[in-house]
Design a protein around this ligand. Sequence first.
Ligand code: COI
Length: 356
Amino acid sequence: QSSDSSSSTANHSNGHQATADIDWDSLGFGIDNMAPMMYQATFTPEQGWSGQLQPYGPLQLHPSAQVLNYGQSVFEGMKAQRTPAGNIVLFRPDENAARMMAGAERLSMPPPPPEVFLEAVVSTVRANSHYVPPQGKGSLYIRPLLLGTGPILGLGPAPSYTLVVYAAAVGAYFKGGQLTPINLIVEERFHRAAPRGMGGTKAAGNYSPGLVTQLAAKQSGYADVLYLDAKTDSLVEEVSSCNIFVVKGNTIKTPPLQGTILPGVTRKSVIQLATQLGYDVQETPVSITEAMAADEIFTTGTAVVVSAVGSLTYQGEKRQFGEEGQPTKVALQIYESLTALQQLKTEDPFGWVVPV
Ligand code: COI
């Protein structure tokens, strides 16, 4: 337990927790309810990692910070939620620790050891326990960042690094709410990732190139865009904010991880969970033709959880899935199974849920 004043008023381990002055029924996904404390650690080759909690606030950076010039930056997304008893839990935090290490290696940054990463995450959650919404109302979204913050001019890795973990109380990612199906459009102008590129890395630089078409799609009423592969322009890869699953009968397919797709923790978990529920889950290439002919499609991610796709538009043709405004059957079943497990409303046979 840290000694900061915000955590002293917040009990993170039982059902009678103090809560922040937040309207828990109107949470969206944004910065409105930023948690007051963050964790900041620095790394230098001489001194290794050292970090502490501090109030949420601006970072001081040199204009010559590597990250501002050449983009050494990877991030994670995680959620802390409450169980029915009010206890706070994390979902597979070791997976996020491992993915940040892999991303750090890819971008020539020092990988934070899992114990450093987990200490930063757990300290942040504990210090902000009053920002973890009541059970079923949302979650505390946790955003770890690894940045090359040391100054540099010629192209090279930063001489020093910063690990920051901040958090915010959030609700559903997409505007219509968690159970409202999303409309997607296939992106036909740009590809997200190239073979042997860095599409499989959770690098900041993978996200902004998609904004130009995502914003245009949003103006036309789509929640997000679906990318096709760069090699054949015919295989579905992922949505800019989440992974994709395509359902036909009892078979659920999702594109395989071959370096161009983000290795989602929710994706990995849904593959196991759906298999346990009796589906034939296959990690295999999925053509856009197959997706357009599917029974249903859903997307997965930490932020989006499991979102049913209401329609998919490709080359001017719109395919509708299920009834207007209603989540499709398999998507709903998997959403409910996953969230029940994540909030320990049911047993966790996999050992994925970790108390804070
Ligand atoms: C997450 O799902 O946690 C992400 O980091 C995706 C982001 C676009 C919100």
